[in-house]
Design a protein around this ligand. Structure first.
Ligand code: CA
Length: 362
């Protein structure tokens, strides 16, 4: 009797142990750990802060099972090699600005912004509802990557100038740190564009090796201290009317990911996208006030600079479309969408903003 009772209990406890072990195995199978390479330094809390918040959100949404560890630019790979690192599988995912990779294909610029392109809101409309995301996913697929919008800076400033630009003629021979397509267009206006990594910009401007630099906007620019060595702060940053940053995922890793983790990633990316723009919009006005207190002089680009830049930009796009099939395909669709957005925003948004924004509150 005693022995039978023992066997019965032993059987039960074995069954109980089995029942407990099963979900443990399921848990073990579904724990996923990824590494994320960011292009941005830790000091830029707008950009890298968004990356960190994104990783925390993914973990919370998956009950702690899907952990993504963020690494700042340079920690695993240099900031401008994030796309390559994700493509090669060095890391499972990344956070970057796609216009860093226009050297591979100019069409990558559509994922960030083109000079005289879309504002942050218009970019959202294009990405989520205007065919932009689908078009860009085709481009990224060729690099073994799936991409997600992951933040925006909004419209940027044109940057810091040691001397005033009063007309187009003043751009002749001006040495300016301005990378990418913006730099190519500036070159057509007589500027000598320079590509310098973030840390090298301030000393070059201080020494006068360069005459001007662009960066982002008041909040980020203040941190880098450009106002100490160049007093004229120009607007608008026509080459970045709404710069979008993106999350990249290695396609093979993405396909292995459980569906609910994919949903968590996508949801957290969309949240990051919204929050980054909110952060820039909230932090830029007080930063600009502080800069003006330091003696910074705000200046608008002269009309002839703006007109020449607009003309050169679209000449460059037409030239690129003639030799680059994927650029041509995205450009045609993007251009038609932009045309319609510009018409609509002129009616409802611009008419309101151009009257109300400069008015004194009664
Ligand atoms: Ca910029």
């Amino acid at each position: 009797m005693k022995r039978r009772s023992f066997m019965k209990h032993a059987g039960l406890s074995l069954a109980a142990a089995g029942a407990l072990a099963a979900p443990a195995i399921v848990r073990a199978q579904s724990a996923v750990r990824w590494r994320l390479a960011s292009s941005f330094p830790k000091s830029l809390d707008t950009l890298f802060g968004t990356t960190e918040a994104f990783c925390k959100r993914v973990a919370v949404l998956t009950g702690g099972k899907f952990q993504i560890r963020p690494f700042a630019g340079g920690e695993i790979v240099p900031g401008l090699q994030v796309l390559d690192a994700v493509q090669q599988g060095t890391v499972e995912c990344g956070h970057s600005a796609s216009y860093y990779y226009v050297g591979k294909n100019k069409a990558f610029a559509f994922d960030t912004c083109l000079p005289f392109g879309l504002s942050a809101r218009q970019q959202n409309a294009w990405m989520y509802r205007g065919g932009g995301l689908a078009a860009l996913r085709e481009l990224f697929r060729d690099y073994g990557i799936v991409n997600f919008p992951g933040g925006s800076t909004g419209a940027q400033m044109a940057g810091w100038f040691r001397r005033e630009v009063k007309s187009l003629a003043d751009l002749k021979g001006l040495k300016m740190r301005i990378p990418g397509i913006g730099g190519e267009i500036m070159a057509r206006l007589g500027v000598v564009p320079q590509t310098l990594a973030g840390a090298d910009v301030y000393p070059a401007l201080e020494r006068g090796t360069i005459d001007a630099t662009e960066w982002v906007g008041p909040y980020d620019d203040e941190k880098l201290g450009f106002y100490k060595v160049a007093k004229f702060y120009y607007y608008p940053g026509w080459w970045e009317p709404g710069a979008q940053v993106s999350f990249y995922v290695n396609l093979k890793e993405w396909e292995k990911l459980p569906k609910d983790y994919q949903q968590a990633f996508e949801t957290a990316a969309a949240e990051a996208h919204l929050h980054m723009l909110a952060e820039y919009d909230a932090k830029n006005p007080p930063a600009l006030r502080r800069l003006i207190k330091q003696g910074v002089q705000l200046r608008a680009f002269p009309e002839d600079v703006m007109k020449a830049a607009l003309k050169s930009a679209f000449e460059l796009y037409e030239e690129e479309a003639a030799r680059n099939p994927i650029f041509a395909k995205i450009y045609a669709q993007w251009k038609a969408f932009r045309e319609e957005q510009y018409q609509w925003f002129t009616v409802a948004e611009l008419s309101y903003a151009s009257f109300a924004f400069p008015q004194k509150t009664p």
